[in-house]
Design a protein around this ligand. Sequence first.
Ligand code: F6R
Length: 242
Amino acid sequence: MFKISIASSNEEASETAFEIIRSIVTENPQPVLGLATGSSPVGLYQKMIEAYKKGLSYRSCITFNLDEYVGIDKNHEQSYYTFMHENLFNGIDIPEEQIHIPCGSNGNEDQACREYEEEISRYTVDVQVLGIGSDGHIAFNEPGTPFDSVTHIMPLTEQTRKDNARFFGGNIDLVPKTAITQGLATIMRAKKIILIATGNNKAQAVYDMISGPVTVDCPASILQRHPDVTVILDQEAASKLK
Ligand code: F6R
């Protein structure tokens, strides 16, 4: 079930998302946060850091990220490990051993998938933060991914690699061709989901997710079957909704 919130600015969108995270962090003895990379959650992470500076502690949180590129080292400047440390973890107080990010560079991806799924299965994610790809992907579950998928290796679509080339100096050839990602079934186990989408290039995917059929052609449409999804949009991303 979707709760849709249309924000008048990025600032307002980040604030709406942050208030949900704040209540989970303050109300649970051991909050389990599911985190995403990409541009969509960056404002939320800034709010989390600002709140930490004003006294909010994340010391008891456990985190699980959605995905990681395969074939680049975790210390590569564009790895999701680096992204998360630069945009969030270096600015707050979650102990490193409570942070989980899939490993795409140990040379045995099948084992990495199995171990990640086993680890996340030991917890219930209290809130999962998501963005959405312009092709309707969530995490790196590209169109065609089965709804019962768990952590797996995914070839990235041309569209996703084009969209992400902006992080690689605009050069699509530098964007990895595969990623390790939580599956759709993994994501659906989270108690609560917050999906943030802004900009015109997300409008069609947002429409398909909310108003289209539930189909693997739009992986995000599976969220229609989740009991608690807050979708935070700007006017542009909401522009195709009735
Ligand atoms: C990132 C992720 C992706 C992004 C999506 C949107 O961990 O799983 O699904 O959320 O590609 O990316 P942005 O926010 O950069 O538009």
